[in-house]
Design a protein around this ligand. Structure first.
Ligand code: THU
Length: 157
């Protein structure tokens, strides 16, 4: 018998402790929440992806009267990036959200399971870690890779 321990290292930082590039991406994710269409949940999520060609692609959650037809901010951003910059690779993603109280979430916003799986695909294609920045009002988490958020990943390649 053997136990397997999976450890995820997360770095907790304040906005001022981020690099210029990280700060720029956090700003873009915060701005992207403005594009959220969330008449049902009133939870506005924004995501910003830095590509290796220098472009920053953003997305926001888009809800639908037929609930499952809506999509999360992370997937709206990553599918836009894949569709419009098929040759570029992801370097980093930042995620921010405005809660139902109209304030940025105190707890850093983390991607749902489906978005983790979707993002993992692009990390695999990139062939290197894609840093994930989870933004909260005062606290920001830096996760070194998508894989770190999705241990025992399903991947067919
Ligand atoms: N949402 C995201 O945009 N990203 C996530 O990772 C989790 C949830 C959205 C979906 C829905 O529009 C709203 O947040 C409430 O769940």
């Amino acid at each position: 018998m053997k136990d397997i321990e999976i450890i995820t290292k997360i770095s907790e930082r304040s906005y001022n402790e981020l690099s210029d590039t990280e700060r720029k991406l956090v700003d873009a994710a915060r701005k992207a929440t403005e594009g959220s269409y969330a008449p049902y949940s009133h939870f506005r999520v924004g995501a910003a992806i830095l590509l290796d060609n220098g472009e920053i692609v953003t997305g926001a959650n888009q809800e639908n009267a037929a609930f499952p037809s809506g999509t999360c901010a992370e997937r709206s951003a990553c599918y836009y990036a894949g569709a419009n910059y098929p040759d570029a690779h992801f370097d980093m993603i930042a995620i921010a959200a405005i809660g139902t109280d109209g304030l940025e979430t105190a707890v850093p916003t983390a991607p749902c399971g489906a978005c983790r799986q979707a993002l993992l695909q692009y990390e695999t294609i990139a062939g290197h870690n894609v840093r994930v920045i989870l933004v909260g009002r005062e606290t920001i988490y830096i996760v070194p890779s998508v894989r770190a958020l999705l241990p025992l990943t399903f991947a067919e390649f």
